[in-house]
Design a binder for this molecule. Structure first.
Ligand code: MRU
Length: 364
């Protein structure tokens, strides 16, 4: 199996998702600026994977900081955080990860007297150099913990979600919410993996996911590699197969979920959700709590990334539309909560009314 992202002595290593499915190549980002560029250019993508990359980018930048005082190190942290936070706006996991690292930075300076991580004396009288060394080692450990936790969270989500899937089913998914979009295992595809592990007979129908083709390039690739039955369709075929009775459930991931259960996910998800409702098919969203943004009361407040129109008018450097024709490229859409049958998280399954059930999950 491949590793989507890992921390190495040389930097942050990731599978280059812009080269899949034709080439399985790995890149090592040696500076935090390179990590930021990898997120921006979608070498790594998918909300939880972006969160892991953001945490590792911060850790890498702090590791390489030449600051000689805590104040200088904090200024470096903010510079790194700012660059990473500007890469992509919709997936809240990115901001969640930066916040988690910022909190750890501060708490690492305020440990009880006598505490000594990795040999660095962090007592009341610890020197600036000792504090800097301790913050660096703590942030590096934390970034790796974010990755390990993400995989465990996906496995837990898989167990909760698998129970919702019939013994034998064809499941439609949109975009890539698999191992490639996370630290490993996947959110929506984690549910598929867990259902298969539980002995269910699952076939996946993968929407190709225009215009970036995450379904065709990434979902089809990782499922085939894992020998999970997958059939590729273009996005405009989903309604047809639903109407024929060939789809028993839809499972997608999410980039941000508002407090009322509105779900931002890859452009085209809303269309799939409406079609599912029309055809009486359950529409499930699998996402970790780090994707739920309780600070936003509804999906209307979720910032939607607008990517280059070139990704609509061209593919692989080949022009597929008339020169200079205006094109639009919102990368995500928002599915109103009324279309969402259930939200599967690592703490259990939430159902309407989401304003109550999501809040209850955080408290559990
Ligand atoms: O633009 P992308 O490829 O980063 O968008 C990814 C998605 O929309 C995924 O469905 C979402 O992040 C969930 S991933 C587990």
């Amino acid at each position: 199996m491949f590793k989507t992202i890992e921390w190495t002595e040389d930097g942050v290593r990731m599978i280059d998702q812009t080269r899949l499915p034709t080439s399985e190549v790995y890149v090592t980002c040696r500076t935090y600026q390179e990590v930021a560029e990898a997120i921006r250019s979608m070498v790594i993508r998918g909300a939880p994977a972006i969160g892991v990359a953001a945490a590792m980018g911060v850790a890498l930048g702090i590791k390489q900081s030449r600051a000689v005082s805590v104040e200088e190190l904090r200024a470096d942290f903010e510079k790194i955080a700012e660059m990473i936070s500007k890469t992509r706006p919709t997936a809240v996991n990115l901001f969640w990860a930066v916040k988690r690292m910022r909190e750890l930075f501060e708490s690492s300076l305020n440990v009880a007297p006598g505490f000594s991580p990795a040999g660095a004396a962090l007592k009341g009288g610890a020197t600036e150099a000792e504090k800097i060394a301790a913050v660096k080692s703590r942030l590096i450990e934390e970034a790796q913990r974010v990755l390990a936790e993400d995989i465990a969270i996906n496995e837990a989500m898989g167990r909760h979600g698998a129970a919702l899937i019939p013994e034998s089913a064809t499941v439609l998914t949109h975009c890539n919410a698999g191992a490639l979009a996370t630290g490993g295992y996947g959110t929506a595809l984690g549910v598929v993996r867990a259902a298969i592990a539980a002995g269910k007979k699952i076939d996946v129908l993968a929407d190709e996911t225009r215009p970036f083709l995450q379904g065709a390039r990434l979902t089809a690739w990782e499922l085939a590699k894992d020998q999970i039955p997958v059939t590729l369709i273009t996005d405009n075929m989903a309604g047809h197969f639903m109407k024929l009775g060939e789809i028993q459930a839809v499972i997608v991931g999410a980039d941000r979920i508002a407090a009322n259960g509105d779900v931002a996910n890859k452009i085209g998800t809303y269309t799939v959700a409406v079609l599912a409702r029309e055809n009486g098919i359950p529409f499930y969203v699998a996402a970790p709590l780090s994707t739920i943004d309780l600070s936003l009361s509804s999906g209307e407040q979720i910032p939607i990334e607008e990517r280059s129109a070139d990704e609509v008018t061209h593919w692989g450097g080949v022009q597929t539309a008339p020169a200079d024709v205006p094109a639009r490229h919102p990368a995500f859409d928002v599915t109103p909560h009324r279309y969402v049958t259930a939200i599967i998280t690592e703490r259990g399954v939430a159902r309407a009314p989401y304003a109550d059930s999501l809040k209850a999950l955080f408290a559990s």
